[in-house]
Design a protein around this ligand. Structure first.
Ligand code: NAD
Length: 492
């Protein structure tokens, strides 16, 4: 396969890094080098931020109609490339081609949905509380320059939730994707360029988080920052960002809780899907399976059957359910968590070792580990791999305590036939969403997305994305007799 060479996009030009430095993207599928890209230094990021700053007022002055039409045109620019860009996604990320096609295709309705949300955004008008002659007119205004930093697990879906949305809210954007999956980001920005945006309003920088990402976080000309990634990185960013408006979409260890009255066959299928889809590299994966001990044996048998059905293989083949993991540190973490569980008494029922007969060392099979407890890494943290760790509980209170223990609160799920028990758990679980009778892995365009505790700050998706990329301004209209300049009545 010929080595592709891509560039960054700064101030309306495709360019190299000022230093001339580059880095390679290697495929987890084949082990081959796929592409070389510029390795941005801090000076390149500053150039992108300056270009964005210069362009921002131009974007902000476009009408809502013009901004919504940018989103429509980006969607149209993606459409002809769906198959080719899905294959590039599979090759750089490792996910099965069926999942890749869905991910790239989902970008289109996602963008169209956001355009509609922008068109329908409303702000209230309030009457003065202590001054009836005063009216408060609320407006939503852009933040200014927005940095978007994204991870490698959904190289299309996540940027497609933020990059164009930030732009159509009237911001200028500097986008930094993860270094193992920048090819999808280049394609996305190609589509944005084709859609026609004001020069400098859209910038793409490629390079490591520790330099390029860090400059974006610390740069004082950046007004807003939207970060998706690990909890530890998010915490560091929160310290360094200063007084920017930040949104953090971080890790999860979402429990799927199976009560004794649940439909166990459905629960087992949902467990397999939420644990093994995208090789478990999902923030809202079923991170832990908590099962009532009275139905444990029956559920464990069914989950084992499901796990054995997930076919590990070349993700370019239609029949493959599970491709390689994206990168070595992530597969090493899975190994560390499984080894820790086994050392402390857990049992590997299915899988549990890297495959050794594949083109790279990053293939890991669907794995079921039973007898997991909250002392184990599998039971108290984010594993981020194709592993279903099975824990048991005796009472609903115990289930809630174990579920909330790691203080990750992105998505949690409950399987039960009893609506009262579902509501009771939904009330007590500390998570941005609680799913009843479906996998923890649940996402849609129009409901608020975001976490409690260590899973992040803020809410996005649907109109919440538009709200997060804008700030409220109040115009205070005095339509009565003015109290006159300097009057103490004007001062809070
Ligand atoms: P990561 O934190 O290592 O990296 C994410 C991005 O941040 C990358 O672009 C990286 O280059 C950049 N980065 C790294 N260090 C930085 C720094 N010091 N300053 C600025 N930028 C920096 O995360 P990852 O391994 O790419 O992604 C996996 C994690 O993302 C998992 O924990 C997963 O749960 C989480 N995630 C969360 C959501 C959500 O919606 N909550 C969605 C997807 C992934």
């Amino acid at each position: 396969m010929p080595l592709a060479s891509y560039r960054m996009y700064i101030d309306g030009e495709w360019c190299h890094a000022t230093s001339g430095a580059t880095f390679d993207v290697r495929s987890p599928v084949t082990g081959e080098r796929l592409a070389t890209l510029p390795e941005a230094g801090r000076e390149d990021v500053r150039r992108a931020v300056d270009a964005a700053r210069a362009a921002q007022r131009t974007v902000a002055r476009l009408s809502i109609k013009e901004r919504a039409e940018i989103a429509y045109r980006v969607a149209e620019a993606i459409r002809p490339h769906l198959d080719a860009w899905a294959l590039d996604l599979t090759l750089e990320q490792g996910k099965p081609i069926r999942e890749a096609r869905t991910e790239v295709a989902e970008t289109i309705p996602n963008l169209l949905w956001s355009a509609e949300d922008l068109k329908r955004i409303e702000t209230p008008t309030l009457e003065g509380y202590s001054k009836p002659e005063t009216t408060y007119l609320l407006r939503r205004e852009p933040l200014g320059v927005v940095g978007v930093i994204t991870p490698w697990n959904y190289p299309w879906l996540i940027p497609a939730e933020f990059v164009v949305q930030a732009l159509i809210c009237g911001n200028a954007v500097v986008f930094k994707p993860a270094s193992t999956t920048p090819i999808s980001a280049v394609h996305f920005v190609e589509a944005i360029e084709k859609a026609g945006v004001p020069r400098g309003a859209m910038n793409l920088i490629t390079g490591p988080g520790s330099t390029a990402g860090r400059e974006l976080v610390e740069n004082r000309s950046v007004d807003g920052l939207c970060f998706t990634g690990e909890t530890s990185t998010g915490e560091e960013i929160a310290h360094r960002a200063g007084l920017k408006k930040i949104g953090l979409e971080l890790g999860g260890a979402g429990p799927l809780i199976v009560l004794d009255d649940a439909d166990l066959s459905k629960a087992a299928r949902d467990i397999a899907f939420g644990c093994f889809n995208n090789a478990g590299q999902v923030c809202c994966a079923n991170g832990r399976i908590l099962v009532d001990e009275r139905v444990h044996d029956r559920l464990a048998t069914k989950v084992a059957e499901e796990a054995r059905r997930w076919r590990l293989g070349d993700p370019r083949e239609e029949s493959t359910d599970l491709g390689p993991m994206n990168n070595e540190p992530t597969i090493e973490k899975v190994e560390r968590h499984v080894a820790d569980g086994v050392r402390q008494g857990a049992t590997v029922v299915v899988g549990g070792h890297r495959a050794i007969d594949r083109p790279t060392r990053q293939y890991y099979p669907a794995t079921l580990v039973d007898g997991v407890t909250t002392d184990m890494l599998l039971g108290n943290s984010e594993t981020f791999g194709p592993v279903a760790p099975l824990l048991t509980f005796r009472t609903l209170d115990e289930a809630v305590e174990v579920a909330n223990l790691p203080r990750y609160g992105l998505s949690m799920a409950v399987h039960t036939a009893n609506l009262q028990r579902a509501f009771r758990l939904a009330r007590d679980l500390k998570a941005g969403q609680v799913v009843v009778n479906d996998p923890v892995l649940y996402w849609d365009y129009n409901h608020p997305w975001g976490g409690f505790g260590r899973s992040g700050l803020g809410r996005v998706a649907g109109r919440w994305t538009i709200e997060s990329f804008t700030e409220i301004k109040t115009m205070i209209l005095n339509i009565g007799e003015s109290p006159g300049p300097g009057s103490s009545e004007n001062v809070p």
